[in-house]
Structure formats: C-alpha cells, structure tokens
Write a protein that binds this ligand. Structure first.
Ligand code: BGC
Length: 763
C-alpha cells in the first residue's frame, strides 16, 4: 500500500508527527487534529461538513453536478455513491493532491444487504433470527465494500415499523424493539468489527433517527406523532442499542416528531444522543434533509435552515450544499460559534483519522484486493446459507412440501426466472446478472430427476404507470405482448401436465423500499387472477412469494396448499429456495413482522394492549371489527417446519424474585416429527397490573436450536428486573412489584404460560 507521504512532500510538513505511524494511534489523534483544525479557514471547516453524491447512483434529486470542482476548492469532506478502487482513487487524488490542506475524503455508500454479493433484504435476514449469521453478512458486506473503496455504510436501518404499507419496512428488522435492538447491534458489530483502522471494516450509520418507521398512513416521509412513552418504549431502543454497540455515525430522519423535524431537533440530536446516550461520533443529515426544513415550515430560508440544523447538533449536510453556502455567514453573524463548528469538524476528522485515511488516503482503493475479495465463492456460500435460513414457511397443508424429486413440476409466474427482482431493493453495487434464479436453482437441485415445465402466467403487474415508475428506478420489467388471458391459458396448459404446481408470485423489488408505500398490500390483481385459475385445477399448489413487506394473503391462504415466504433473498435465492422446496433443507425462519388479514387492521402487531373492553365474541360492546378478526393472519414469530416440535410449559426457578434477583425459566423442546430441524423458542413477558397499561406480551428472549428427529433438549432462559422495566408515570424507567406472566412458544400466538411475582423493597 502506498503512503501519501511518498507522493506529497509538502504534506510531511503538515503531518510531520504522523509520518512514523504504523496504524493511527488514538493518543496522537488529539494533537494532530488540534493542529490541523487550527490551520483551517471557516470555509474549509464548512467543507468538511459537506457531503455530495457522485454520479454512480442516486437516491433523490440531483443537486450538484459540479461536485468535483467543490472538492478542488476544499469545500467537500465526503462523497457518497462512489465506489470501485479506480473511481475513489480518482476523487481522493483531487482532495489530497490538489487542495490546500490535503484532507482526505470519506466515501459513504448504502451497503444495505451486501455490496457485490447480495444477501436477503434486511427484513428477510431478520426472519432468520440468527444473530451470528446476520453479523457475518454485515462483516462480508464491509469486507467487500471496503475493498471497493467505501469507508462508510449508511446502515443499519434501525427503524421499528408496525405499518407494512410503508415500503421501507424491507430495510429494517420488523415490528419488535427487542429483536430489532439485537439485530441492530449485530449489524454494527459486523460492519465495524473490533478495529476501524483495519481496511476490512467500515463505519456504520444508525438510521433514520428517529421514528422514521411510524409515518401516518404508512406514507413515506409523512408526519410522525405519538406519545413520549410509545416513542421511547417502541421506537428508540434499536437506535440506542446500535449507538451503545459503538456505531460511529447516526443519520437524521426526514420526518418530524410532534411538530419538530428531526434535523432541527436539539432534544434528539444533542440532549438525548450525545447527552444521555454518550454518542461520540458524528451526525449526518439524510439526503437534503436540511433543505427540507423549509417545506416542513420551520425555516423561512436556507440560511435559517442551516442555523436550526447545525445548532440542533447535525454535523454533516448530505447533498443539499447548504452548510457549504451558509456557515461562513452564520459564523460572521454570531449565530454559529466557532467552538461548536470546531467540535463538529473534529468529529468528522476523528472518523477519518480512525479509518487511517490520514496515514494513507488510498488504503481502501486497492485493485488487487478488490479482485480477490468481491463475490467470492465463500461469500456466495454465506449468501446461500442465510437465504435458506431467512425463508419462512407460512402454510403447509397436507404436507405438499417438501416436493419429491420425481415426476413433473410446473413452475409458473413472473418470478420464476426473474433475477433483478430477487436481489431486492437497495442492492448496492450488486449485479443481478450474477444471481441464480429459482428456475436455475430447481434445475440444479432436481439432479435431472424432475421434469420442469415453465410458464410466465402473468406480468408482475399490468399497470403501465407502475411499470414506468419501477423501470425508471432500477427495475427491468417488461410487459408481455400476449394478453393477460393468453398468459393464463398458457399457464393452465402447462399446469395440467404437472403433478404439482409451484407458483412464483409477488411484488417487484421497487414496490417496497424508499418512496414505495402501498395502500393495498396484496399481490397485484393480475397475479391473483392467475392463482385463482390455477387453483381451480385442483392440483397441489405451492406458492413461493417474492416481496419486501408483509402482504395481506387472505386469498392466497385460501387457494394455495403451501406458502413459502422468500422476501428477496439475494444472489443465491434460487438454490436456497430450491433446497427448501425439495427438503434438502428444512425451513426455520420466523416472521419479524405480522402479516395482516387485510389493510384495515393496520397497525396489527403482536404486542397489543388489552384495552378496557377486550374482545369477547359474546359481547357487542367490545373492541373488534365487524368484518375481520383482531388477529394478524400470520403473527410475529410465526414460521413452520417440515418436522414437528413440542415445547413444554415453562418451569420457573422460583415464584418470587426481588429486584436484584434473577429468574430462571426452563422449557423442554422436542423434535417429535420425522426430520431434523431448527426451532426458534420464544419467550415473552406480561406485567399483569401496573400504574400504566402494558402490552399483552413483549419478547424478552429466544433461542434457535437444532434438533435431530426424536431429540429433545432443555433450554434455560434468564430474566431479571431489567427485562420487566418500562416507563412508568412521569416517564420514570422502572419495574413495579406485582404479578407477571412468562410465556414460551414457537410463535407469538401459541404460548404456554407460568406466573411469578416481583417484590420490590419499596412495598
Ligand atoms: C435515504 C437514506 C440513504 C440516503 C443516501 C436517502 O434518500 O433515506 O436511507 O442512506 O438517501 O442514499
């Protein structure tokens, strides 16, 4: 690896004290940055707080075509959407060879579920409930991204969401704050590793702070308004967990909360994040979020927007260019204090220092390493493994699955050979052409013993406006020239020849993700028509779903014998799904988010409260709908296996614990079916009487266990008062004495309970 000092004799003057480093030394950082900051003009400081998108990819309005000129003027500290060793080297050269202070750029990118090797979308990976594998995905993503010039990923997204209409549920970990926290921590550990100066790790960015997952009506970017208790109990925990796991950066959210847009919210960015949570890194705005303070209606003009955002504690302006244009004047006006400016600049420079960029700004732009590290067989093997673990078997009547490796299978639907969609949204630098489709997967896995017939059956959608939208934003959908009825007729002809029909239906990748909310979260109508026609044949029907959010599957549940939810499983989706369909692997995924019966129920989530009039079928005046149940169709934690598990009643070590004591919960899980398999044993708690109302159940632990057929195992869980705490009156974080229930089971609905008491010294 070359050092910048070799190229730049003039830099030796500036970095004299640093030239002897082997790796960046924490103790040398302060004097080094003191000296650097003392040499910077206010304009250069504003530059360090400015980030622009390069032209490789874009996720919003393009505001800056001449970003290279700004780099040359020392007015840019970070570039995003730039990768490959060659391109990052080219841009880095401008910064470190052509600017006065030669401060290296930091390159950010949305590495959301893999960089070149694409893993399941984050919601899908979350269905694996396998923290080790999730961490490994992030580690591999970091290894690939850092070999491709990237220093910083805009992940993990830690937004809890209970609204499947919101398209960005695909990027998160689902509806539960506890599971979401564990997953956010795992991702931070994977991205950042133990050593940021290693060229195999990248900075993580916790986003979107805060509560971006709760927009009214599920419409992206919309208003968020909720009680403080709900905000802190449901939405904040994953952000906090990720910050405590050491995430070095945080991104503000586009939304307001209770009238205050996040990018102008000092309580959030300074008092909570830096004050209470002791966050030491820097905060970046989401894409043009500073500019958006104007349409939000809290700033009259750009200068006031910068005043608000900067003084709220937002360090770096993404893409809008407003910090670059207005900080100098705001400092002159006395609205921004130089002390605060220096602090923000220092936070950004510290990140660069820790990444080792002052030592060698090109250390992540290494062609040789990129050649060896991208899309390797090992990375693909991991992609295949986590894809297998992420699929969820929703239904399996008459054990239609697994399929036999004999006879004739009809593979029908627009996702049978669709590679672009299977790698999902936000698939970074992933190339869908490298992916293995379901059809290819089935061919390989059937070892020539199965006759595979294929028909398209339907377009992904027949809505031309939606097709145009999807294709403008990364899709490659084509409308078939045959009429919808002709497509169905052809599919029927193929299906008639088969013993079993596998339907590959779903949403296109662009129907979830950013700016992709839907008010009806069903399969497109034309695909439903196809399914109805095929089901009439009376043959066994297996539905394989491709989608980025929970769907309302009432019709599909009535028509298909088996349903396998496969989200968008990534580069190795095809082989992973095929292994599950043929039973070479046993499904073990569990839903991280409830699937409603229909959209009118939303929000429907497992940790509902009882209300004063809980549902009672015999009473009119109880909390219910006249036309649909209160329950989700497939609840949180749901997922079947080809084998059968039995979970015993929980046995408690004691009936009473004190605040400082632990409760041990033992449960036996037995594989009583005829295959080996994995079960996720879930533990929930309920506080029966408390000073404020509490959810009927809250996840507080789980274990994923592999059991051979006939095998059983005793599992042991530990609970402490910490697991029973909540925000009481006056928003006091506390556990209250009284009776609690512990519930254990294979999903959030079918649980067995035991009771205990918490006794506090106060009573
Ligand atoms: C998204 C962020 C993303 C950013 C940069 C925004 O539109 O909300 O999640 O990191 O673009 O691409």
């Amino acid at each position: 690896m070359k050092s910048i000092f070799r190229h730049l004799p003039s830099m030796i003057l500036i970095f004299a004290s640093a030239s002897a480093w082997a790796a960046p030394k924490e103790s040398a950082m302060k004097p080094f940055l003191d000296r650097l900051i003392s040499r910077m003009t206010v304009e250069e400081k504003a530059g360090q707080l400015t980030q622009y998108s390069a032209d490789m990819a874009q996720t919003g309005a393009s505001l800056k075509d001449n970003y290279k000129e700004d780099i040359l003027k020392g007015r840019v500290g970070s570039i995003f959407n730039a990768y490959t060793p060659a391109f990052t080297r080219e841009l880095q050269t401008l910064a470190v060879e052509k600017t006065r202070l030669k401060i290296p750029l930091i390159f950010g990118y949305d590495v959301i579920h893999g960089h070149r090797t694409i893993f399941p979308i984050p919601l899908g990976e979350s269905a694996s409930w396998d923290l080790g594998l999730i961490e490994e995905s992030a580690r591999i993503a970091a290894r690939e991204a850092s070999a491709d010039g990237v220093h910083w990923t805009f992940a993990p997204m830690a937004d809890v969401s209970r609204d499947p209409r919101w398209g960005r549920v695909s990027e998160g970990a689902g509806e539960d704050p506890w599971l979401g926290s564990r997953i956010a921590e795992a991702r931070v550990r994977g991205f950042q590793g133990k050593d940021l100066s290693s060229t195999e790790t990248v900075l993580a960015c916790v986003k979107h702070f805060a509560a971006y997952g709760a927009p009214q009506g599920g419409r992206d970017y919309n208003v968020v308004d909720m009680s403080e208790r709900e905000l802190f109990e449901t939405y904040m925990p994953p952000y906090e967990a990720a910050v405590k796991a050491g995430a070095m950066t945080v991104m503000t959210s586009f939304n307001e909360i209770g009238g205050v847009p996040s990018s102008a919210n000092r309580d959030l960015l300074t008092d909570l994040l830096r004050g209470k949570w002791k966050f030491k890194g820097f905060v970046v705005a989401d894409y043009t979020a500073v500019n958006e303070l104007i349409p939000h209606g809290v700033a009259a003009d750009e200068k006031s927007a910068v005043d608000l955002a900067f003084n709220a504690g937002l360090d770096m302006d993404m893409q809008g260019g407003l910090y670059s244009n207005h900080i100098v004047q705001l400092v002159k006006d006395g609205r921004i204090k130089v002390r605060d400016l220096d602090l923000a600049v220092r936070r950004v420079l510290e990140a660069k220092y820790r990444l080792g960029l002052f030592e060698d700004p090109y250390r992540y732009s290494d062609e040789e390493r990129a050649k060896k590290s991208l899309l390797t067989p090992e990375h693909r093997a991991h992609a295949r493994q986590i894809a297998r673990k992420s699929a969820v078997l929703l239904k399996n009547d008459k054990n239609v699955l697994p399929l036999k490796k004999s006879g004739t299978i009809a593979l029908i639907g627009p996702f049978a050979d669709n590679k672009r969609d299977q790698i999902g949204n936000w698939s970074g630098a992933g190339d869908w052409k490298q992916a293995v489709s379901l059809e290819e997967g089935l061919q390989q896995a059937s070892e020539g013993k199965v006759k595979l017939l294929k028909a398209k059956g339907a377009n992904v959608t027949d809505d031309p406006r939606l097709i145009d939208f999807l294709n403008e934003h990364g899709g490659n959908l084509e409308i078939d020239s045959r009429s919808p009825q002709k497509l169905i007729d052809e599919a029927l002809a193929v299906a008639k020849k088969a013993d079993v029909i596998v339907m590959a239906l779903g949403e296109s990748q662009g129907m979830s993700g950013e700016a992709a909310s839907r008010s009806r979260i069903r399969l497109p109508e034309n695909q439903q028509e196809l399914l109805k026609a095929i089901a009439k044949l009376g043959k066994p029907v297996v539905l394989v779903l491709f989608n980025g959010r929970p769907l309302a599957l009432e019709l599909e549940t009535a028509l298909a014998h088996s349903i396998l939810e496969t989200w968008f499983l990534g580069t190795e989706a095809g082989p992973a799904i095929a292994a599950l369909l043929f039973g070479d692997e046993n499904p073990s995924g569990k839903l991280p988010m409830s699937f409603p019966v229909n959209e009118g129920q939303i929000p429907v989530y497992y940790s509902m409260k009882n209300t004063g009039r809980p549902f009672d079928a015999k009473q009119k005046y109880t909390s219910k709908y006249l036309d649909v149940s209160n329950e989700a169709l497939y609840p949180f934690g749901w997922g079947l296996s080809y084998t059968k598990f039995e979970i015993s009643e929980p046995k408690l070590s004691t009936a009473r614990i004190k605040l400082n004591q632990k409760l041990n919960v033992k449960v036996t899980v037995a594989n009583v079916g005829d295959r080996d398999g994995e079960e996720v044993v879930q533990l929930y708690v309920r506080d029966l009487v408390s000073s404020v109302t509490r959810p009927l159940k809250q996840l507080r632990g789980y274990q994923k266990v592999f059991l051979k057929k006939g095998e059983s195992k005793e599992l042991s869980f530990e609970l402490s008062a910490e697991d029973l705490k909540f925000y009481g009156k006056g928003m006091k974080w506390m556990a209250e004495a009284g009776e609690f229930q512990v519930m254990v089971g294979a999903n959030s609905r079918d649980l067995r309970a035991a009771s205990f008491h918490l006794v506090t010294t106060a009573r």
